[in-house]
Design a protein around this ligand. Structure first.
Ligand code: SF4
Length: 312
């Protein structure tokens, strides 16, 4: 599969069938905490980066297998970059919605929601999760390192405008990096931006997996708790996976693990959770892949993460 990955157990969404719309690393931001372990090609240009028809044809293979289609909780449109840069995103969402009642979620950095055509493209999604890590320009430049010509005020206005027009759920994600966007001034400005946007949920996160930039460090659970209290409202801390009992899939191979690790680093526990496999099966496959030097470990926040061996 070129455009589909998973299904994986997502922390927020349940069993999620991922749809990846862009070649890895094409983005309008270059976040210091990004899990895509390669330099970004920064752009603001929307294009049909992969043929929409090919993406839709691959999604349709899921609907041809009724059991698999029914097991999925949600289709998640994402990318190893920014999915709203793909001009076919609206067509792809509408195509899924015509064939299923399952939810469609879009994960976006929110940077293009000031464009009317992007807001229209996302109109038929069920849940849109834009990021807004800071409402202060100086912190925005440090944490998100956007493409030149990006204006933070325009982004906040775009998300607020989308909120007004969109009938689905809007969950705002804020990711905190130690010493970068966790100052009292950041929280104060974020509160003002949240009041303008009025999201259904505010989801607080921190650097949970090895980031592209090693200097991007997580903040503590205690600090997240304090920030959550200061922000108030429908706030939640994203902390653990949603578990579904009895869902263990034994028949995975090396390729499923490689596909997962291409998108993000993962601990063995993450692999078990995401691919619904057993610890023993995961350990066996991970050991084979490590022996063949296809994957390597890296330590982050006292945990061992597996990533693709880019030097192979
Ligand atoms: S975290 Fe998302 S928005 Fe930021 S650079 Fe990576 S892909 Fe782009």
């Amino acid at each position: 599969m070129k455009y589909l990955f998973g299904p994986v157990n997502s922390r927020r969404l349940g069993l999620s069938q991922g749809v990846d719309l862009l070649p890895s690393g094409i983005c309008n931001f270059n976040c210091i905490y990004c899990e895509v372990n390669r330099p970004k090609k920064l752009t603001l240009e929307r294009q049909e980066y992969f043929p929409s028809k090919e993406i839709i044809a691959e999604i349709d293979t899921i609907f041809s297998d009724k059991t698999s289609a029914e097991a999925i909780d949600v289709f998640t449109i994402t990318a190893s970059g920014e999915p709203t840069l793909h001009t076919g995103i609206g067509t792809i969402i509408r195509s899924i919605k015509k064939k299923t009642e399952k939810a469609v979620t879009v994960l976006t950095n929110g940077g293009l929601l000031h464009l009317k055509e992007v807001r229209q493209d996302l109109a038929e999604a069920d849940i849109v999760v834009p990021s807004l890590d800071t409402a202060l320009s100086k912190s925005f430049q440090k944490i998100n390192r956007p493409a030149s010509g990006t204006d933070l005020e325009k982004i906040i206005r775009g998300i607020a405008e989308f909120r007004q027009e969109f009938i689905g759920k809007l969950w705002l994600e804020i990711l905190f990096v130690q010493g970068v966007n966790d100052h009292p001034e950041d929280i104060c400005e974020l509160k003002k931006a949240i009041a303008r946007i009025q999201p259904d949920k505010i989801q607080l996160n921190t650097v949970a997996r090895p980031p592209f930039e090693a200097f991007a460090r997580p903040i503590s659970q205690a600090k997240l708790d304090v920030i959550a209290e200061k922000i108030g409202g429908p706030v939640e801390i994203i902390a653990s996976f949603i578990k579904k009992d009895g869902e263990t899939q034994q028949n995975i191979g090396q390729s499923e693990i490689i596909e997962l690790l291409k998108r993000r680093p993962a601990t063995e526990a993450d692999i078990c959770e995401s691919l619904r496999t057993t610890a023993a099966e995961t350990q066996k496959l991970v050991a084979q892949l490590a022996k063949e030097q296809k994957i390597v470990t890296t330590k982050h926040a006292s945990k061992n993460y597996w990533t693709i061996n880019t030097k192979e």
